[in-house]
Ligand binder design. Structure first.
Ligand code: ZN
Length: 338
């Protein structure tokens, strides 16, 4: 078991679904919120995820997520978060990471959203020889079409390092139809897209799943709740799925990982990637997420290696596929794996 754990730690890994604000270390969060009046906010963050249905779990999750977001108030903060997140991924042997964030301005617009994006990209650049990292810009479900369009413009402006567009946020807000024009434009300019799908078990959410699958984004996030028909469509269309075990387990209220939909899609040889979602909130690392999957579904080292290899095909920066695959091949040769 220890041997397998070590293998999961040492194998070169690819992270494709990580929200930058959700990656904040809890020690950093505590430092950034240092006034005594913030005790209440600490208490909220420390609160256990409640038992109960998906809706209450999701509400608790978004309360925590907005807290983490609220502690970043200037460009130095976001540089620090990016720097620490990349350090954490490097120490976990992640070789390629796509981080996602919603652009924001500070000081009532005096510091523009473009400066926020630039601060992250500059920090990423500093680490380029240790980890290849790229940015995905997130559109929040509550945003207006105009705001979403601004995000698309920013993605275009920084195209060299911004590799995609994401739709995320509170899934109670059904807004894909309203925001679809922005995603259509993204397709027209060949910008990759990833959309959070199937996060709630209610009918409205399931209906929205159809619209999202109709659009056919480049990748899909989670896909926790779905109809049989939707499952078949995604399998047939071969849309890669970003699965986040700890996060999915929490929101789906599953008793253990053996009931996770990884099994179904893996058995169907569907394109998959294992990710952390919000490592700071979930207290997880990519290696431990992968280890849990490998252990639960009894994958061999060879199968894990092959799994990681196929993941490299779904990264948004196609120029880096060869880089990832070479790192993996070198790893296997060094260990004389197969
Ligand atoms: Zn997510």
């Amino acid at each position: 078991m220890d041997d397998l754990n070590r293998f999961c730690e040492s194998i070169p890994k690819i992270e494709l679904h990580a929200h930058l604000n959700g990656c904040i270390r809890s020690s950093t969060f505590r430092q950034l919120l240092s006034s005594p009046t913030d005790q209440m906010r600490f208490d909220t963050l420390d609160k256990e995820f409640p038992m109960g249905d998906t809706h209450s779990r999701m509400a608790n999750f978004f309360e925590k997520f907005s807290l983490l977001r609220s502690c970043i108030t200037n460009l130095d903060d976001i540089r620090r978060i990016t720097h620490e997140t990349l350090e954490d991924f490097i120490s976990d042997n992640v070789i390629y990471a796509e981080l996602r964030t919603r652009p924001r301005s500070f000081q009532n617009g005096a510091i523009a959203a473009s400066s926020y994006v630039e601060a992250i990209l500059e920090t990423m650049q500093e680490y380029e020889d240790k980890i290849c990292s790229r940015l995905i810009l997130s559109i929040d479900r509550t945003q207006t079409l105009e705001q979403a369009m601004e995000t698309l413009k920013l993605a275009e402006k920084y195209r060299a390092q911004v590799v995609g567009l994401d739709l995320s946020g509170d899934p109670n807000v059904k807004s894909f139809e309203r925001l679809r024009p922005v995603f259509d434009l993204a397709k027209q300019i060949n910008l990759s897209t990833t959309i959070h799908i199937g996060e709630l078990p209610d009918e409205e959410c399931l209906n929205e799943n159809n619209l999202i699958i109709d659009y056919k984004p480049t990748r899909l996030g989670h896909f926790n709740f779905r109809t049989d028909d939707q499952e078949q469509r995604v399998l047939k269309e071969q849309i890669p799925l970003e699965l986040c075990p700890t996060s999915n387990l929490l929101t789906m209220n599953l008793s253990d990982l053996s009931k996770h939909h990884f099994d179904l899609f893996y058995k169907n040889k569907h394109p998959l990637t294992i990710c952390t979602d919000d490592s700071g909130l979930m207290y997880c690392r990519l290696s431990s997420e992968i280890f849990q999957i490998v252990q639960t579904f009894r994958l061999t080292k060879k199968e894990l290696y092959e799994f990681m290899f196929q993941t490299s095909n779904f990264i948004f920066d196609k120029n880096m596929i060869e880089f990832c695959q070479t790192k993996l091949k070198n790893f296997s040769e060094q260990l004389n794996l197969f």
